[in-house]
Ligand binder design. Structure first.
Ligand code: FEO
Length: 415
């Protein structure tokens, strides 16, 4: 059993405890993956489900004169990173490039600075501030790098590109022009534990990367578009993110990101719903069928048993969202409110919204859902609220809602 790395523990002491098998993977001559695959992690930020685990990609770039490590790993995998570095024969690290201060990439930096006393941390000013706030690096061991700045490793060069707000204010990308490798940290990554170094199973990677985009990047869509333009002039053979597989066919993920971050929406309706005694479920069933009959695609989510990552992913493209909720404690069901708050925070490009559901003797569920979604620039289509179980007039109202959704989609020329 291997314990966590203690702050001031010297490298040799750490290595005496190191029992795991090293995994080093060559990307280019002098460029190696030395990160950690986290097959078993199932939750990130105490919020985001990780059904397929994740990886923390860390890279060694060895020049003729100097050596740099690009991003570290989560603190729980410190022994794996240090073991990989030792197995690679890394006696000296000159630079630790911290592309982003979130702890899944920076949690090991303090241990690395202890193990490699010559190393300095290179990062954006914002990142360095955060690393100090997190007690991961001290002023004497850091150096700020500016946007466009280049650092020579001898026969290799690191060029830094500031890319704030993907999803923190601190992020930089690192370009290695001699090998045409772009290191992008979270950007273009995926929470996917896989034995594939590269995205060879593109269908699986597409789903994981889209889900990751929805959960992490979507609220910053306008910045994402700017960063895509910013890197469009670079000659890139390999994109090396810090989560999930790398891309040796960069166009695959760049095209996907352009599509997801574009202003285009699809002829789709997302319906997150919860039903206590069946009335709301009957209304959802009816509306789903009415939309399908009109040629509108539907993704429905029973909020008592759903994966919030799948809901986030569905919101990437959908033109419309309809929240289904009963009335409880004079308002919307808390699960429906939570889904609405989540959708509001993720800032999808959804254009239309509505609410359907039932009540017994009054309440403010429509107002609550509308308030929870108020951060989105949505047009609210007239809700359908039944008293008790839905009756003939309620079904006609659901037909009217389906017609309105189809008309709105047609006006946008997506249906
Ligand atoms: Fe993978 Fe924002 O950290």
């Amino acid at each position: 059993m291997i314990g966590p790395v203690r702050d001031a523990e010297p490298r040799k002491a750490i290595l005496r405890r190191w029992l795991s098998v090293a995994l080093i993977r060559e990307i280019r001559q002098g460029v190696q993956w030395v990160g950690a695959i986290d097959w078993d992690r199932r939750l990130f930020d105490a919020l985001i489900p990780l059904p397929k685990g994740t990886s923390y990609n860390s890279y060694i770039v060895s020049g003729s004169e100097k050596t740099a490590l690009i991003d570290a790993v989560d603190a729980t995998k410190a022994d794996v990173l240090l073991g990989n570095l030792e197995a690679l024969g890394t006696r000296k690290i000159d630079y630790i490039v911290s592309q982003h201060a979130e702890q899944d990439h920076s949690g090991t930096i303090k241990g690395l600075l202890d193990a490699y006393p010559e190393a300095k941390v290179l990062a954006s000013g914002r990142c360095l501030e955060l690393l100090q706030e997190f007690s991961l690096a001290t002023l004497d061991r850091v150096r700020e790098v500016k946007d466009g700045e280049k650092i020579s490793l001898g026969d290799k060069t690191l060029q830094f590109i500031h890319a704030p707000w993907v999803h923190w204010p601190d992020t930089i990308f690192t370009y290695l022009p001699e090998e045409k490798v772009l290191f992008t940290c979270d950007f273009l990554g995926s929470h996917l534990a896989t034995s594939d170094l590269y995205a060879t199973d593109e269908a699986t990677v597409y789903e994981s990367a889209k889900r990751y985009y929805a959960e992490i990047m979507m609220p910053f869509r306008q910045n994402i578009k700017r960063h895509l333009v910013r890197i469009s002039d670079l000659k890139i053979d390999v994109i090396a993110p810090s989560h999930g597989p790398l891309y040796d066919r960069p166009q695959f993920i760049l095209d996907a990101y352009r599509d997801w971050s574009s202003d285009d929406v699809k002829n789709e309706v997302v319906i997150p719903y919860v039903s206590m005694h069946g009335a709301t479920r009957i209304m959802v069933d009816y509306l789903v069928d009415a939309l399908i009959a009109r040629g509108v695609a539907v993704k429905r989510f029973d909020l008592t048993a759903y994966d919030s990552g799948e809901l986030a992913e569905a919101l990437v493209d959908a033109a419309t969202v309809v929240i289904g909720t009963p009335t409880i404690l004079a308002g919307a069901h808390p699960l429906a409110l939570y889904a609405s708050i989540l959708a509001n925070a993720l800032r999808p490009k959804t254009r239309f919204a509505s609410v359907i559901g039932s009540f017994g003797w009054g309440g403010k569920m429509v107002e609550q859902i509308a308030a929870a979604l108020s951060g989105l620039k949505l047009k609210l289509l007239e809700p359908v609220v039944a008293k008790g179980h839905p009756k003939e007039a309620d079904f006609r109202a659901l037909d009217r809602l389906a017609d309105e959704i189809l008309a709105a989609h047609r006006e946008m020329k997506i249906a």
